[in-house]
Write a protein that binds this ligand. Structure first.
Ligand code: PLP
Length: 374
């Protein structure tokens, strides 16, 4: 029987993510590990979904997605047209399709340390080789010299994420420019995961697309519109690249959900704009609340997000991040150990301010109490 279910070599070394393991064991705990806002999806999008369900059939859309939606998304990226947009089943599927479309076995993919924990696994599924470059604490800015030094004849792709999960930091225009120049010089495919682009607190982050239109940008509706379960994302890039990515996309998911695509058109209205801004402001309040409580109750150094939902709390004086997260889990609060994101994040816990205000208050109180009693 075990032979029947022998895993393919490409998945044999893969374990469920550390985040998933903490969630599974943290039933009934206060959840500050969450990577999604706990808001309802904006009313205009929900209303549109109900109307579509009642009045329209829901056949497949073209593989590339609904033309109208592609046009609306293209308008967000100066110089892009609908031909530069491919709609995917979330940005996760977009990442998967991009990596599988371009990475051959043995090709190196440059990824920062720390980084979103799906990246190394995606590289592994494609039988690529992960090549990490440092984004050292406490600023978590990319070390561009080290990045350049890491490049080799086997480098195929540079994958960046701004604003970053887990650091909350934003790549500046200059940093993006430097990465773009490096990628163009060495013919690396540069991919920017910008799923948190609309989740910012002071200045809207620059997009790689504003620097150069020869790279690939990935984003989606999940975080901006509290639509994680609708599974809707997109890729913006040169047409030739999208045609190749579409070979993986079309043969794996055919198209993104037709209902989600039709409903998401409502995001591109005045009402949708207002609702998006409202969600952003509510998140800003949660970020301010978390910062205040960490200062007043916990009293440890922390890195505050410029974008995305994530604080990094420096718990290094209490032990390693796995142990401390485990102790906090036993005390009733889920946090994510920094080690899950790479060795440069060891000594930190990732806390998400996308939880409700009550959960933020209760969770920080547990953290303060537990660490004080150490
Ligand atoms: C950096 C980053 N990229 C991509 C994703 C995937 O998001 P989705 O597939 O919901 O668009 C996430 C989700 O947490 C993320 O944090």
């Amino acid at each position: 029987m075990t032979e029947t279910y022998r895993p393919a070599d490409r998945i044999a070394p893969i374990q469920p993510s550390v985040i998933r393991q903490f969630f599974d064991r943290g039933k009934g705990c206060i959840n500050l590990g969450l990577g999604e806002p706990d808001f309802f999806t904006p009313r205009s999008i929900r209303d549109r979904a109900i109307e579509v369900l009642q009045t329209k059939k829901l056949p497949y859309t073209p593989n590339f997605g609904l033309w109208d939606l592609r046009e609306k998304i293209a308008k967000q990226y100066s110089g892009a047209t609908a031909d530069n947009v491919l709609i995917t089943a979330g940005s996760q599927e977009a990442l998967f399709a991009v990596v599988l479309a371009f990475v051959n076995p043995g090709d190196e993919v440059l990824v920062s340390d720390p980084a979103f924990l799906a990246y190394p696994t995606l590289v592994q599924i494609a039988s690529g080789v992960l090549s990490s470059y440092p984004m050292p604490a406490p600023r978590f800015a990319p070390d561009l010299k080290a990045l350049q030094a890491k490049g080799s004849a086997k480098t195929r792709m540079l994958l960046v994420n701004t604003p970053s999960n887990p650091t909350g930091q934003i790549l500046s225009r200059d940093q993006l420019q430097a990465m773009s120049e490096l990628a163009l010089k060495h013919q690396w495919l540069l991919v920017s995961d910008e799923i948190y682009q609309e989740v910012y607190f002071s200045q809207r982050p620059p997009s790689l697309w504003e620097i150069s239109q020869e790279h690939i940008v990935i984003s989606g509706f999940s975080k901006t519109y509290s639509m994680t379960g609708w599974r809707l994302g997109w890729i913006v890039g040169p047409e030739i690249a999208l045609r190749r990515i579409n070979l993986i996309h079309a043969y794996s998911v055919t198209c993104a959900s037709t209902l989600s695509q039709r409903a998401a058109l409502a995001a591109f209205t005045d009402e949708g704009d207002k609702e998006r801004e409202d969600l952003r402001r509510q998140l800003e309040q949660r970020r301010d609340l978390m910062a205040l409580l960490l200062q007043s109750q916990v009293g440890l150094p922390f890195v505050e997000p410029q974008g995305s939902f994530y604080f990094l709390l420096d718990i290094s004086r209490f032990g390693n991040s796995m142990e401390v997260a485990e102790r906090l889990l036993q005390a009733g609060v889920i946090t994510i150990p920094g080690a899950a994101f790479g060795k440069n994040c060891e000594g930190y816990l990732r806390l998400s301010c996308s939880a409700s205000e009550e959960d933020i208050e209760a969770g920080i109180a547990v953290i303060a109490r537990t660490l004080r009693s150490e």
